[in-house]
Design a protein around this ligand. Structure first.
Ligand SMILES: Nc1ncnc2c1ncn2[C@@H]1O[C@H](COP(=O)(O)OP(=O)(O)O)[C@@H](O)[C@H]1O
Ligand SMILES: Nc1ccn([C@@H]2O[C@H](COP(=O)(O)O)[C@@H](O)[C@H]2O)c(=O)n1
Length: 202
């Protein structure tokens, strides 16, 4: 199994890049795991308390579960990937049965901060977009798709997102084998990653 890690700050375009990469590749050969599915279970907290969580700190992620799931997939076993709700700030009761594939892509802002997870990646990719571009995209996306308003996004950006990005996420760029500039759509970089995957698929 070839495991590809794709990191980068919020709004840099990780999900978009992943979708572009897997588009046209056979479903049964390539699978995706999102770090968002592995936010800690916060069912013990009331909704108001959950909204105050720092979701940009490595502590917010259940890396033990993510690591265990990756290991299971590497061993050829299926996993039940949790499903996350950005509206409820919590995991839902659902899960997605995810089968091992020849190529597994793992994407998320913090995946390269964890040494054990990092070691599991055969290829490490960091998607870069400037912070103003990322903030604009995040604002539009969170308001349109994640049930947020302008004030919520900007407050979160100032209080946690920006400092956590600088402290934890940006430094993981140094671990990357490939850095994809993504201020604009980057079809050349996507094609290169697809070529690598196609070689693996034979
Ligand atoms: N290169 C790009 N140019 C313009 N908009 C983009 C680009 N890449 C992604 N977007 C848009 O930005 C938003 C955030 O992208 P997304 O892929 O969800 O980022 P991430 O997963 O890194 O948070 C989405 O609405 C997406 O359509
Ligand atoms: N309940 C939550 C959980 C996380 N976030 C934010 O999501 C960002 C990571 O996801 P991307 O798709 O943007 O990579 C992260 O910056 C968290 O602040 C949230 O808003 N609410």
């Amino acid at each position: 199994m070839l495991v590809i890690g794709i990191a980068g700050g919020t709004g840099c375009g990780k999900t978009t890049v992943v979708n572009q990469i897997i588009n046209e590749l056979p479903d049964e050969e390539v699978g995706v795991i999102s770090q968002d599915s592995y936010y800690n279970d916060l069912s013990h907290l009331a909704f108001d308390e959950r909204t105050k969580t720092n979701f940009d700190h490595p502590r917010a992620i259940d890396f033990e579960l993510l690591c265990g799931h990756l290991q299971e997939l590497k061993n050829g076993n299926p996993i039940h990937q949790p499903v996350y709700s950005f509206v409820k700030h919590n995991r839902t009761k659902d899960s997605i049965l995810t089968h091992p594939r020849k190529v597994m892509i793992v994407e998320g802002i913090l995946i390269m901060t964890n040494p054990k997870i990092r070691e599991m990646f055969d290829i490490k990719i960091f998607v870069h977009a400037d912070s103003d571009e990322r903030l604009i995209r995040r604002l539009k996306r969170d308001i349109n798709e994640r049930g947020r308003d302008l004030n919520e996004v900007l407050t979160r950006y100032q209080n946690t997102l920006k400092p956590m990005h600088n402290q934890f996420i940006e430094p993981t760029k140094e671990y990357a084998d490939i850095i994809i500039p993504n201020n604009k759509y980057n079809t050349v970089a996507v094609d290169i990653v697809r070529t690598i995957i196609n070689e693996k698929l034979g």
